[in-house]
Design a protein around this ligand. Structure first.
Ligand code: GLC
Ligand code: GLC
Length: 649
């Protein structure tokens, strides 16, 4: 008979030889209980990936010690948060949740300065603050902080770890969830692991993918996608010091971590728990699609990438259960959805909605948006979308070509059109975007630009075009309005809320000029926030006037969102709007409360068949945004240019 130790035997043995004496009695009990609940799943995932290696159980034992240390270092306030979140786990589906992503230096410029920004956050209603990567990183180009040299050290230009903890405490007290990046696909080449590898230490070379010659890299490269072709061709970089090739999916100074090595999994878990213990409510899993490499594939979205993320999630459940993962998978929509699950990422960016909102602005048509959302919007009730319009990155047109094909749209041709449109090369375009990462081999490209510039504000201001300015403002409010109402946490990207234009100054900075994403990484100054909070007593310039209109428009919509439960936990049904310029959906919650949203993506008046009001049971109803009322039996619903209706019973 074959003997296979079952998982409970394995846990018993691990516990027998794990010293829990450093934990309080209460923590030791809690830790053991959580292990009993989550170790079976962790064991299954871990052995799935590493079980064939002779030292798997040794590393598993070490992992449990790492988790114990994580529990030991967790502060009482965070343990309290663990308890509360376990009691009401679905906080992230609440209508009160509103996010903002910002760079510390562009809003601070230091962590301590951000304390003074809390009133501004509160004026907007922010309850979720994503601080862009703030860790120690190479000076000069660090991919905007996404090349981390030390996860436990704040970049000295921004402050100290103690400052970060102080800010985290202050935010927690104000009911604002802190979200941090967990950049776990790669480290910078200045991380101590990389430095040890550079010194020739084999153990640390095994933390990365390091090759003596091009044989294996060449084999992999036949099926890999190039992410930054403008920086370097291919996915590997020759390192002079080691005289070896290193896997670098992104920039050459970002070395991909080797997750086929269990020591890497354990080491990064320890870093993850450090970030959890600073006081973050969610960790943004940066570039998670790339963490597993499999010869002959594109090395994105591999089965074991999912299993590893699930294993990390088990680690959180054991050591820091208040913390949830947010997936940053900017890939094919079917693949995006696979990261979403209670046992994997409870939150996920919604890149499909983002890209198709822009598509609808360009084409003034909503069929691709409607059809795609019908196919991909529904996710588990225990998870939620993070809906956004702009972020610090480029816009990639990640829609499903098969869905496009059904509508007679050729995916590649259409992407070409969108790139032309948003870079302003298309005749009649309102947008001022910048092309990004043009691939000389296949002509692919993506688009950068600020919300305001892509919506037409930049060109309208240049042309003194009052109507154009008004349309640009309305486009901005339209796109954000959909993210506020469709279901999920809306995530504002700081500087959007006050409609700032592209910042072209990166072109004069040698550390930035090769990366056009800097055009949409824009400072929000104390003058900007004073303007937004109406502390400026003078005649406003047309640009300031537009900024204020956008700020107040967003504020108004957010205030409405927060006072109606139907914006929180509810199901979304994407409707056919009977007018191809309009997009419509219905939301309904468990109490039968309903919300009907209809949006017009064109600059002309549009009408939708009144039948749509019957989804609200045909009774009288009201648009929450304008307070105008409907009897419920109208034959048509009329929308002004770029108007949006939020209709409730
Ligand atoms: C993510 C980040 C992006 C970065 C990349 C590599 O996509 O959003 O800014 O360049 O990961 O870390
Ligand atoms: C990768 C990431 C995407 C990011 C890009 C960097 O494609 O998946 O998130 O936008 O790199 O610009």
């Amino acid at each position: 008979m074959n003997y296979a130790a079952d998982v409970s035997v394995c846990l018993d043995r691990i516990l027998e030889s794990t010293d829990l004496s450093g934990l309080t009695k209460k923590d030791a009990t809690l830790f053991t209980q959580r292990l009993e609940a989550h170790f079976p799943s962790l064991f299954e995932k871990y052995t799935y990936v590493y079980g064939h290696q002779y030292d798997c159980y040794y590393h598993l034992q070490k992992l449990v010690e790492t988790l114990r240390d994580g529990v030991k270092k967790r502060k009482p306030a965070l343990k309290k948060l663990d308890e509360n979140r376990l009691k009401s786990p679905l906080w992230y589906r609440d209508e009160k949740q509103v996010g903002l992503a910002c760079y510390v230096d562009l809003m601070g410029p230091t962590l301590n300065d951000l304390h003074n920004r809390i009133p501004y956050y509160k004026a907007l209603g922010i309850t979720y603050l994503h601080l862009m990567p703030l860790y120690d990183a190479p000076s000069g180009d660090s991919d905007g902080g996404y090349a981390v040299s030390d996860y436990r050290k704040v970049n000295p230009t921004l402050g100290t770890t103690a400052d970060l903890e102080k800010l985290a405490d202050a935010l927690l007290k104000e009911g604002i969830n802190l979200v941090l990046d967990f950049v776990f696909n790669h480290t910078s080449d200045e991380h101590r692991w990389a430095k040890a590898a550079l010194e020739g230490k084999k153990q640390y070379q095994n933390y990365y993918y390091v090759y003596d010659d091009r044989t294996i890299p060449d084999q992999y490269e036949t099926t890999l996608r190039e992410i930054f072709p403008q920086v370097r061709r291919g996915s590997f970089t020759f390192n002079e010091q080691m005289q070896k090739w290193v896997w670098t999916t992104f920039n050459s100074f970002q070395w991909d971590l080797n997750y086929s090595n269990p020591e890497v999994f354990n080491a990064i878990t320890s870093e993850m728990l450090f970030l959890a213990n600073i006081g973050s409510a969610a960790l943004r899993l940066d570039a998670l699609a790339f963490i597993w490499k499999e010869m002959g594939t594109n090395c994105e979205n591999q089965d074991k990438a999912h299993v590893l993320i699930q294993a990390f999630n088990c680690c959180l459940e054991i050591a820091a259960p208040a913390v949830v993962f947010k997936s940053e998978a900017i890939v094919h929509p079917d693949e995006v959805n696979k990261y979403i699950g209670e046992d994997e990422c409870k939150l996920s960016y919604n890149p499909l909605l983002m890209a198709l909102l822009w598509n609808s602005l360009a084409t003034r048509k909503t069929r691709l948006l409607t059809r795609s959302m019908q196919k991909s919007f529904a996710i588990s009730d225990n998870c939620t979308w993070v809906n956004y319009v702009r972020c610090h990155d480029d816009i990639g047109w990640t829609f499903d070509d098969d869905v496009a094909q059904e509508l007679g749209i050729n995916g590649n041709d259409h992407r070409f059109f969108l790139n032309q449109f948003f870079t302003g090369r298309f005749e009649g375009s309102f947008a001022n975007g910048v092309p990004f990462a043009e691939n000389p081999s296949n002509g692919d490209c993506r688009v950068c630009g600020s919300l305001a510039s892509l919506c037409g504000l930049e060109s309208a201001l240049q042309n003194n075009d009052a109507k154009g300015i008004e349309e640009a403002v309305n486009r901005m409010l339209l796109l954000y309005g959909i993210t506020f109402s469709i279901g999920g946490i809306p995530l504002l990207y700081s500087s959007d809320e006050i409609a700032k234009l592209n910042d072209y100054s990166y072109r004069d900075d040698v550390t930035k000029q090769h990366d056009d994403r800097w055009v949409n990484r824009i400072a929000v100054t104390p003058e900007d926030t004073a303007l937004a909070m109406e502390k400026v007593q003078r005649t406003l310039s047309p640009q300031e006037d537009a900024s204020l209109k956008v700020f107040k428009g967003l504020q108004h919509m957010l205030a409405i969102r927060k006072t109606h439960a139907v914006f929180g936990k509810a199901r979304t049904y994407i409707l056919e709007a009977s007018n191809h310029h309009c997009f419509a959906f219905l939301r309904e919650n468990e109490n039968g409360e309903k919300l009907l949203v209809i949006s017009n993506f064109s600059e002309h008046v549009q009408q939708v068949d009144g039948e749509i009001l019957r989804t609200l049971n045909g009774t009288s109803c009201k648009d929450l945004l304008s307070d105008s009322t409907f009897k419920g039996d109208e034959t048509v619903v009329t929308l002004r240019s770029f108007q949006q209706l939020w209709i409730t019973q």
